[in-house]
Design a protein around this ligand. Structure first.
Ligand SMILES: Cc1ncc(COP(=O)(O)O)c(C=O)c1O
Length: 377
């Protein structure tokens, strides 16, 4: 099967095998050694000296930890939302009593840093900015570096980042960009199964935490911190995923993070070029299109669900449909983590064959473009 959803993503066979190792005592010395080694490796991948914790939860649990550990009910936050996951970040904050003002960017586009500047100027009550680095629902990457400059240099506010589908795939040097809390999840670019979130927490985030009053228990960062000090996690960790992560991180660091980023950029470009060569159009504004997931417009008159169903049933190519209001209007190709140019070529070849069956004639350029290879892969 060619699993090309933007998470869960395929895992190398030895990473999956590592997950089958016998369980250990998570309150014993082997676990302590394992979790410290993994935390060090993750800090290298995050490019940070900030505190970092491995949480046994999905990405959403990591986002909830970010919010409830830094804010109080009634606090005002600026939400930058460019899609479904941005909206979710705001819903979490509102659920716990934050007052959320929004920059709602049209789907398919990225935020302009000046929009953030103007929104922050207009409301001096805002204490934190919540932003998605890479919006998986639309295939768009925000210019986080530029936004972080505004938030930190000009306003000195707390910056909470959903980097669930970007970290480990596209550059996000956490310390250089001064992102206070950054969250990602195991099933995305990390080549491991679902079940873990990773969260980095800056000094400014700890200061915010010391005043934060939102109710919390499982997702309380101080519990993660106090247990980490003794080489444990507060709750029983997802050991099989942690075993796999240990190996996957070794592979990523041996490849070198700049090479990992380069590989994602090349595969992203190959996907976009391949899709366009078939005569299809990209949903995202190409200047800000993501190197981890490509959203493609379903051509007029084509049944998007039927297209995705045929690809899955007859070609074992598993793509994601559109979410919420985009259902049936776009489909999405994931190319993050363990993904080769052959995997993407398989998707393009299958599309070439299936599109005429759902009423769309791929362009000749698409046929010529078949078997294009991603450079250096
Ligand atoms: C950008 C982004 N944020 C948050 C999430 C939520 O993560 P999870 O499904 O692991 O809770 C996802 C998952 O697809 C995502 O892509």
């Amino acid at each position: 099967m060619n699993l090309r959803t933007p998470g869960p993503t395929p895992c190398p066979e030895d990473v999956l095998q590592a997950g089958a190792k016998p369980m250990i005592n998570h309150r014993g010395p082997e676990f302590k050694e394992l979790i410290y080694r993994i935390t060090d490796s993750l800090k290298r991948a995050f490019d940070t000296k900030n505190d970092l914790y491995v949480l046994s939860t999905s990405g959403t649990g990591g986002m909830e930890t970010a919010v409830v550990s830094t804010m109080s009910p009634g606090d005002k936050a600026l939400l930058v939302t460019i899609g479904v996951f941005g909206d979710r970040f705001g819903q979490i904050a509102e659920t716990y009593g934050a007052r959320v003002s929004k920059i709602q960017v049209p789907w398919g586009k990225a935020v302009e840093p000046d929009q953030v500047r103007q929104a922050l100027k207009a409301d001096p009550e805002i204490k934190a900015v919540l932003i998605t680095h890479n919006e998986t629902s639309t295939g768009v990457t925000n210019d986080l570096e530029a936004v972080a400059k505004v938030v930190k240099d000009e306003f000195g506010l707390l910056l909470l980042v959903d980097a669930v589908s970007s970290l480990g795939c596209i550059p996000l040097p956490v310390d250089k960009w001064r992102c206070d809390v950054v969250v990602t999840a195991s099933q995305k670019g990390w080549m491991v199964p679902p079940g873990l979130a990773f969260i980095s927490f800056s000094e400014q985030a700890w200061q915010a935490h010391s005043k934060a009053q939102m109710p919390r228990f499982y997702f309380d960062i101080s519990k993660a911190k106090s247990y980490h000090e003794i080489g444990q996690t507060p709750w029983t960790p997802a050991l099989p995923v942690i075993y796999g992560l240990d190996l996957a991180l070794d592979k990523m660091l041996a490849e070198g993070m700049p090479n990992v980023f380069r590989r994602h950029a090349q595969i992203g470009q190959m996907t976009r070029e391949g899709v366009k060569a078939l005569g299809l159009s990209l949903f995202a504004d190409e200047a800000v299109a993501s190197d981890t997931v490509t959203a493609v417009n379903v051509p007029p008159g084509v049944d998007g669900k039927k297209l995705v169903d045929i690809l899955r049933e007859e070609y074992q190519v598993v793509l994601a449909g559109g979410q919420q209001s985009m259902a049936g209007k776009i489909f999405r190709i994931g190319h993050l983590g363990y993904c080769t140019s052959e995997d993407i070529q398989g998707v393009l070849d299958a599309l070439q064959e299936v599109l005429p069956r759902v009423g769309f004639t791929p362009s000749k350029a698409g046929a010529r473009g078949r078997n294009q290879q991603c450079p250096e892969s």
